[in-house]
Design a protein around this ligand. Structure first.
Ligand code: SF4
Ligand code: SF4
Length: 144
């Protein structure tokens, strides 16, 4: 079982949709809403405790992002230490969300943190330990 506290930022167009209920119905995830500030015709924010299998969790987060919702972790985040990365590509083989990908023709590995579900799979496969789990430090991702 996998459990994380997430912050969801809803664009104006989605605040009326039962997106969080769909997480339970379509992805067999359980959730507890810890905090919500959502108003009609305005952007909304919700703090959610979400749990389920790792696969369902990743699928659920992918669904949220596909609906235009910005998903971030309330307590931790994955960062790449660019000084350590040697662009070996090992992490791209395990990343389930496409957050790590190879840019051609340069064959450089790029990291898109917006797509990261913080599954941590890349952390253990990175030979020089460039992928690091850190406490979330971006003030914009913290609950208000
Ligand atoms: S596994 Fe580590 S060193 Fe290799 S490309 Fe990924 S982040 Fe860079
Ligand atoms: S933690 Fe690593 S493997 Fe998992 S989604 Fe983020 S970048 Fe990809």
């Amino acid at each position: 079982m996998y459990e994380k506290m997430l912050i969801l930022k809803f664009p104006r167009t989605n605040v009326q949709e039962p997106i969080v209920c769909n997480l339970a119905k379509n992805f067999d995830l359980t959730f507890t809403i810890l905090n919500a500030a959502i108003s009609p015709r305005k952007e909304g924010q919700m703090v959610l405790q979400l749990s389920g299998s790792p696969h369902n969790f990743d699928e659920g987060v992918r669904y949220l992002r596909g609906r235009g919702i910005i998903v971030s972790n309330a307590g931790e985040e994955i960062r790449r230490n660019d000084e350590k990365c040697v662009h070996c590509g090992s992490c791209t083989a395990v990343c389930p969300t496409g957050a790590l990908s190879i840019e051609r023709p340069e064959m450089l590995v790029v990291f898109d943190q917006e797509k990261c579900s913080i599954c941590k799979l890349c952390v253990s496969v990175c030979p020089p330990h460039a992928m690091e789990l850190r406490p979330a430090e971006n003030g914009e991702t913290q609950p208000e």
